[in-house]
Each structure stands twice: as structure tokens, then as C-alpha cells.
Design a protein around this ligand. Structure first.
Ligand SMILES: N[C@@H](CCC(=O)N[C@@H](CSS)C(=O)NCC(=O)O)C(=O)O
Ligand code: FE2
Length: 261
């Protein structure tokens, strides 16, 4: 191991950093297996505006970035995957197959994304968008405990993603959260893609008790979601088309053709 700390989570192998992009209030997460010789790393939900910062910390820590992963096609900011792939061409972008967008690699429910001896499990959690997934750290003796769920916009701290565009469905979101996130151990950390109130982390148990939307019954949840009356994200018309091509809208289309399914 290097001289840097891994104390953010109680694991001897996982290096973890929560990074923030303030204009869109987006959390980007850096994970790496620092006991592996190459120190393979991945980023969850990088943002174009902070991609240089992310690349810089990865270099400083001596990590090898292998994947830039999105939880879904974001509507409020442009993903950092395009910028990162241009600057670090070995990096593969990943998104769900169900998102119908371009990337190097596509994942489906049940897939595992390995980095060193660690892995993320993919759980389909549609409802905010049709292709939303939650990435959960692996279950097993060598994996970090408690587990960590990167929920994208499916589950926010004391909230959840809106369901009024991009194939959103309140009933689908309700079922996704209850069947795929609230079934995880209660001490599982919840790390969402956004926070608008200054929260950084929650747990499954905490959200099962205190989430003001998802603790309600299905009909009440539907009614809450139908009455949010949120303005559309300011960048939606730029962000969605860009994110459908993994943030590579300004460069040759060739570099983001799907490579695998
Ligand atoms: N004001 C922001 C966008 C705020 C917003 O709509 N956030 C989304 C997640 S980004 S798709 C959301 O689901 N919010 C749920 C909520 O209850 O706030 C902007 O203009 O970018
Ligand atoms: Fe979103």
C-alpha cells in the first residue's frame, strides 16, 4: 500500500473518495483496489467540468483508472467520461444496456465490474430513467464491509430522483428501491449521485426509516412524485444528447461505438 489513507471505509483494500461538482451538486466516487500491484481504479458518475481534477488525484495517488462508469443518462450535466477517455485513452466507459446510449461496455442486472480483487455488482433500478442502475460493492470476505450502494438518482438522501422525463415511472422507481436497495443489509452505505442539502452519505436502514417519499405506500408515493412541480434541469437539452454518446459529442463518433454487450 502507499502512504495514503484508506480510513474512509473500514476496508483494508478499498481506497474511496467522494468528490463533488458544485454547479450540478453531483457526487463523483473514486474507488480503487490499492493492494493490487496496478492499483486499478474506477470513477462512478464523473462530470466533464471536474474531470481534470479527478484525473489529477488519480495520478497523485498512483492509481490506474480503468473504468469511467455512469449510473444513468444524466439530464443536468455532461458526463466526464468523454473528457476522461480523450485524456486517458485506455479507460473504458460503462453504462447500462437499458440506457440505449453509447459506451465502450454495457452492463445488465447481475453483472459484476471487477477492479483488482474488488468488484461492483450491478442492480437494475429503473424509474428515474429507464436505464438507471445502482452499483453495489461486492459481497464476500475480501470485499469492503459494510457494503456501499452507489444509487445514482434512484435513491437520494431523504429523497429520490424525479420521474417526469427520460422514461421515468414512479411505480417502477418505488419497486426498484424497495426490491433492489431496501433489501440490502441495513448498514449498507447509500452514496447518491446528487445532494442538494449538504448531505454526503446515508444508510439503507436510515432511508427505510426516514425517507419522506419511499417510506410511504405506493399510491402516496405516486401522488408525491406527480406533484413535485420541479422545473426541468437547466442543461437538459445539452446534457441528454451528449450523455447518449458517453460525453463524446465533440469528437469522432468512432471512439464511442459499443464494443461489447
Ligand atoms: N435544478 C437542477 C436540477 C434539479 C433536479 O431536477 N434534480 C434531479 C436529479 S438530476 S436528473 C432530481 O431528480 N431531483 C429530485 C428532487 O426531488 O429534487 C438543474 O437545473 O440542474
Ligand atoms: Fe438524473
Amino acid at each position: 500500500m502507499g502512504d495514503y489513507t484508506t480510513v474512509s471505509v473500514p476496508s483494508s483494500k478499498l481506497l474511496f473518495r467522494q468528490l463533488f461538482e458544485k454547479e450540478s451538486s453531483t457526487n463523483t466516487y473514486l474507488l480503487a483496489d490499492v493492494t493490487h500491484p496496478q492499483k486499478p481504479a474506477l470513477l462512478v458518475d464523473p462530470v466533464d467540468k471536474t474531470a481534470d481534477r479527478d484525473i489529477s488525484i488519480i495520478k497523485e495517488l498512483g492509481l490506474t483508472l480503468i473504468y469511467a462508469i455512469n449510473t444513468h443518462v444524466h439530464a443536468d450535466h455532461v458526463t466526464g467520461t468523454g473528457v476522461i477517455k480523450n485524456k486517458v485513452p485506455e479507460v473504458k466507459s460503462i453504462i447500462s444496456k437499458a440506457s440505449n446510449s453509447k459506451a465502450d461496455l454495457f452492463v445488465e442486472h447481475g453483472d459484476k465490474i471487477h477492479f483488482g480483487n474488488l468488484f461492483l455488482e450491478v442492480r437494475a433500478t429503473p424509474g428515474h430513467t429507464l436505464g438507471c442502475v445502482t452499483y453495489v460493492t461486492g459481497d464476500g470476505p475480501d470485499q469492503p464491509q459494510p457494503r456501499m450502494a452507489f444509487t445514482g438518482d434512484a435513491l437520494l438522501i431523504r429523497g429520490c430522483g424525479r420521474t417526469d422525463f427520460q422514461g421515468g415511472s414512479s411505480l417502477q422507481l418505488y419497486n426498484s428501491v424497495h426490491s433492489q436497495i431496501f433489501t440490502l443489509p441495513k448498514d449498507t452505505f447509500v452514496y447518491p449521485a446528487h445532494d442538494y442539502k449538504g448531505f454526503t452519505v446515508s444508510t439503507v436502514g436510515e432511508e427505510m426509516l426516514f425517507n419522506p417519499r419511499l417510506t410511504k405506500d405506493e399510491d402516496t408515493f405516486k401522488s408525491i412524485m406527480e406533484n413535485l412541480n420541479l422545473p426541468y434541469p437547466k442543461m437538459i437539452d445539452v446534457a441528454v444528447p451528449a450523455n447518449m454518446v458517453c460525453g463524446l459529442q465533440d469528437v469522432t463518433k468512432k471512439s464511442c461505438e459499443p464494443l461489447a454487450t
